[in-house]
Design a protein around this ligand. Structure first.
Ligand SMILES: *Cc1c(COP(=O)(O)O)cnc(C)c1O
Length: 464
């Protein structure tokens, strides 16, 4: 060991000396003594290793070592105290980004969660009688009012809804479904696997692009238990196609005495064509068409918490409630509170569009997007970045409205002194983390999914 290294090692104070220093005492007050001791040990060990690795001189030149130790220890403590699951800024423009938590809740829903999380609640108590009630009661009447359904049931997600419904209705029997509807949704959820898992047998009918009522009829056997329709919610087959309209399928089911189930996937409660989006079947249409069971997600186009909604015939849903899987799939009070608050907003369509972030992000005007992008671009000019505005497309994401083109204005950032990938990495390392799109050696910001408050954070992060 050379002399510089020996001198440098002597500069690193002992843990006891550090703990007695006023600068470190402050840290102990903020974070607690044990975490501070742990952080000091890690920081001083790393410093010693650095000196032995040859950068003793750097430490000697760094000035007051205690100040340096405090800085590094505080950084460690701050990172250790930070929540792993925390908010992020979605500057990708993907409205329902599964990686970024899908639907952002409406303020009312957030307040409703907060209220039932902080206190006891009437989750399963009938207030009038004091007797045990059902957690489902909090949304049943609302769902009847909004959709015209006979009965409603909420479970943990739509995958659970589909599994519970098929397991209840068709275990040991056959489920008839069109070949073009054997879809896979995000990773491991494939309709054929779900049918198998529920203990039913899959009977495919028709061709990939075409299916007719006669195909279903020919496939019937004494074992047939369910006619299933699955909305191809994350892809489109275009061209020479044909499927059996739901009212016709429902009529067929009634004639044959077989239940008809419609898995909608995204489950819009509002006709989004009124806002210039492509047609997505609404929940009300499926109920009206006479489907015996309708299933959809709470956190796709509905814009609520993660959950699965099952609407339909009372006798079938009562059997689902009594199924052993129901206990495994039931939702907690926070989900119920968020769902009830979200559904209440749908009582008035303009309120829903204004207050539910998913709907607001989908329907925001091109004019407003252009103005928000221009504001951001102006604020960023001249900071070692080439900043330009370009028109582009946002995606809906989350397996909803496939092929939907949502015109938007993108802010294109071309950094002068680093690659776009490096800039994107720095933005992800920011607190809160910022997610963007990277292509053509540029970072692209789509302001569709960025609130005004978040625009201010973006500006600060990019200037820094
Ligand atoms: C998304 C989707 C599901 C699964 O819903 P989750 O809420 O993600 O579990 C099932 N079926 C269809 C058609 C879907 O689009």
């Amino acid at each position: 060991m050379d002399r510089a290294a020996r001198d440098a090692l002597r500069l690193i104070p002992s843990i006891d000396r550090l703990l007695a220093h006023p600068l470190i005492e402050e840290l102990s007050h903020a974070y607690g003594r044990a975490p501070v001791v742990e952080a000091l040990r890690a920081v001083t060990d790393a410093m010693r290793a650095g000196v032995l690795g040859g950068d003793g001189r750097a430490l000697i030149e760094a000035g007051d070592v205690t100040v340096l130790v405090r800085e590094r220890a505080e950084q460690r403590l701050r990172e250790g105290a930070r929540m792993s699951l925390r908010p992020a800024i979605n500057a990708t423009g993907v409205v329902l980004h599964t990686g970024l938590g899908r639907a952002v809740l409406a303020e009312r829903a957030v307040l409703a969660v907060d209220a039932v999380a902080r206190a006891h609640s009437v989750l399963e108590i009938d207030v009038a009688t004091g007797e045990r009630g059902s957690r489902q009661a909090h949304v049943r009447a609302l769902l009847r009012e909004l959709t015209g359904c006979e009965e409603a049931l909420v479970v943990n997600n739509n995958a659970a809804a589909v599994l519970l419904a098929i397991a209840t209705i068709a275990t040991g029997g056959e489920v008839v479904i069109a070949r073009g509807q054997l879809v896979e949704i995000g990773g491991a959820f494939r309709i054929p696997d779900v049918i198998r898992q529920s203990g039913a047998r899959l009977v495919e009918v028709g061709a990939t692009n075409k299916v007719r009522a006669s195909d279903y009829e020919r496939a019937l056997t004494p074992e047939t238990a369910l006619l299933l329709r699955v909305h191809p919610s994350n892809f489109r087959i275009v061209g020479f196609t044909e499927e059996v309209p739901l009212p016709e399928m429902a009529a067929l089911g009634r004639r044959l005495g077989l239940p008809v189930m419609d898995d909608l996937g995204s489950g819009a409660l509002i006709d989004l064509t009124r806002y210039g989006l492509v047609a997505e079947p609404t929940v009300q249409e499926s109920v009206r068409a006479g489907a015996d069971v309708v299933t959809f997600s709470g956190d796709k186009l509905l814009g609520g918490p993660q959950c699965g909604l099952i609407l339909g015939r009372k006798d079938l849903l009562e059997r689902m409630s009594a199924h052993p899987l129901m206990r495994a799939f039931r939702v907690d009070k926070m989900t119920m509170a968020a769902l009830e608050a979200t559904l209440r907003l749908y009582r008035d369509e303009p309120t829903a569009i204004r207050e539910i972030p998913t709907l607001r992000h989908l329907t925001v005007s091109r004019h407003e997007l252009a103005a928000r992008a221009a504001h951001l671009a102006d604020a960023l000019q001249g900071d070692g970045l080439r900043v330009t505005l370009e028109t582009g497309q946002s995606q809906v994401g989350g397996g909803a409205l496939p092929g939907e083109e949502l015109p938007t204005t993108l802010v294109r950032l071309q950094p002068a002194a680093e690659s776009a990938a490096d800039l994107a990495r720095r933005l992800r390392a920011h607190e809160p983390p910022i997610f963007t799109r990277v292509r053509q050696d540029s970072v692209w910001i789509d302001v569709r999914t960025v609130s005004d408050d978040e625009v201010a954070i973006l500006i600060e992060a990019l200037r820094g």
